[in-house]
Ligand binder design. Structure first.
Ligand SMILES: CC(C)(COP(=O)(O)OP(=O)(O)OC[C@H]1O[C@@H](n2cnc3c(N)ncnc32)[C@H](O)[C@@H]1OP(=O)(O)O)[C@@H](O)C(=O)NCCC(=O)NCCS
Length: 157
């Protein structure tokens, strides 16, 4: 994998939201967002490991961290590992900005197709990804535990 950390990743929008690389000091805020977003949240330790392991780990910030996204590039394949936006800032385009920035970085490092898994019952996220151009390409049985299937979604960049 190319040195993803060296790719410039700052993006200031009209509302003053910056999309930038996550830092160690963001982890507490990220964990709070994670815990209000998922029944089975990632731990702080896992986030730190992901940060240090060369993933593309971005936050949306405007005075505070409003959301995060983690992705990775494996050759020409991209993968969205996780995304969450603080509840009170949802439906304001923050998630879209995070996804668009991740896709921009993935394109720059040679990714052609991006894949992700989403719980079939997470209608909000499925709608969100559809809106951003992702299409269902399969079902992963019991991906999140017994009886909890995932939809595999894909987008060609
Ligand atoms: C999924 C998530 C990241 C979306 O973030 P967001 O900042 O609210 O999304 P955006 O405001 O950028 O939405 C972009 C588009 O997605 C669709 N969308 C987003 N939330 C939606 C909802 N609750 N219902 C229907 N469509 C929705 C809409 O089409 C929206 O565009 P619009 O507002 O112009 O209609 C956010 O809901 C979240 O953090 N959920 C909890 C964590 C999670 O489920 N992550 C995904 C795990 S795979």
């Amino acid at each position: 994998m190319r040195p993803l950390k060296k790719v410039g990743r700052k993006n200031l929008d009209k509302r003053g939201i910056i999309i930038r690389d996550a830092r160690l000091e963001d982890m507490d805020e990220i964990v709070k967002i994670e815990e209000e977003s998922f029944d089975d949240p990632y731990s702080k330790e896992l986030f730190i490991r992901l940060l240090l392991s060369g993933t593309i780990f971005l936050v949306a910030e405007n005075n505070e961290v409003k959301g995060y996204i983690i992705g990775e590039a494996i050759g020409t394949r991209g993968h969205v590992i996780s995304i969450a936006v603080k509840r009170k800032f949802r439906r304001q385009g923050v998630g879209r900005q995070l996804m668009e920035k991740l896709e921009e970085i993935l394109l720059r490092v040679g990714v052609k197709k991006v894949r992700l898994e989403v719980a079939i019952e997470n209608k909000t996220a499925v709608n969100f990804y559809r809106k951003l151009g992702y299409r269902a390409v399969g079902v992963l049985k019991d991906y999140y535990g017994w009886g909890k299937d995932a939809l595999l979604m894909e987008k060609t960049l």
